[in-house]
Write a protein that binds this ligand. Structure first.
Ligand code: CTP
Ligand code: MG
Length: 233
């Protein structure tokens, strides 16, 4: 554990993906859930947490100007890259002074502000890398290319990982500086694990699920309608 570095809490919101699995006509982060684009919902959640100083949203290059219209004035927008890792790197470069980074997928549009605050509280308490994670309900097996089962994993040791993932600023900058382009790592914590840092998993929240498929979008719309009707915002 290192003491956390001085500087603001910066949230980087990767929103530059194409959303191939969702299959909508617009890039996924710009697809509305009950009228509000996912990226706007995700940013509103970060701002509502009360623990974020700056927000940098990373979008497809052709949507930088459009995005500025969709988002609050104090949110910065930069162009992303081909892979998620390239987009996060662009966000880090735009906020190189952060004491703490939160990296939070636009596609996790319904993430409760309280979860965001819990991640930051753990970092402020001195942890270097904190990720929300859920126990898995299904049994997970590994398979070969033809679908032959090669192993059954011990479910008790497995977690499904969410965002926001939070990091000491120096740690995330160093981990990204060491990235090679052949990386098959699918989350930011994977990079800091490879750099040798300890990552702490805390309890995630089912509402922080990633909207990936049309099914997920239907579920998100129903959940959002239910919370709005209940006045829980
Ligand atoms: N992302 C990004 N830049 C990329 C790829 C992904 O900023 N080059 C962002 C997405 O916009 C999303 C988050 O990373 O908010 C998680 O990625 P994912 O859910 O895979 O979104 P997409 O890549 O857009 O979806 P798909 O993989 O189905 O194309
Ligand atoms: Mg993707």
């Amino acid at each position: 554990m290192t003491s956390h570095s001085a500087g603001p809490v910066v949230a980087i919101v990767p929103a530059a993906g194409r959303g191939v699995r969702l299959g909508a006509s617009a890039p996924k982060a710009f697809v509305p859930v009950n009228g509000v684009p996912m990226v706007r919902l995700a940013v509103d959640g970060l701002l509502a947490s009360g623990v974020v100083d700056d927000v940098v949203v990373v979008v497809p290059e052709e949507l930088v100007e459009t995005s500025a219209q969709l988002l609050p004035d104090n949110v910065r927008v930069v162009a992303g890259g081909a892979e998620r890792i390239d987009s996060v790197r662009a966000g880090i470069a735009a906020a190189s002074n952060a004491g703490i980074y939160l990296v939070h997928d636009a596609a996790r549009a319904l993430t409760p502000p309280a979860l965001i605050a819990r991640v930051v509280a753990e970092l402020r308490a001195g942890r270097d890398a904190v990720i929300p994670a859920l126990e898995v309900a299904d049994t997970i097996k590994s398979v070969d290319l033809l679908g032959g089962v090669t192993a059954t994993l011990n479910r008790a040791e497995l977690r499904a990982v969410q965002t926001p993932q939070g990091f000491n600023g120096d740690l995330l900058r160093t981990a990204y500086a060491a990235v090679t382009n052949d990386s098959d790592i699918t989350d930011d914590a994977g990079l800091v694990e490879r750099a040798g840092a300890r990552v702490r998993a805390i309890a995630g929240d089912p509402l922080a699920f990633k909207i990936t498929t049309p099914h997920d979008l239907t579920v998100a719309a129903a959940l959002l309608a239910a919370t709005s009707a209940g006045g829980a915002g």
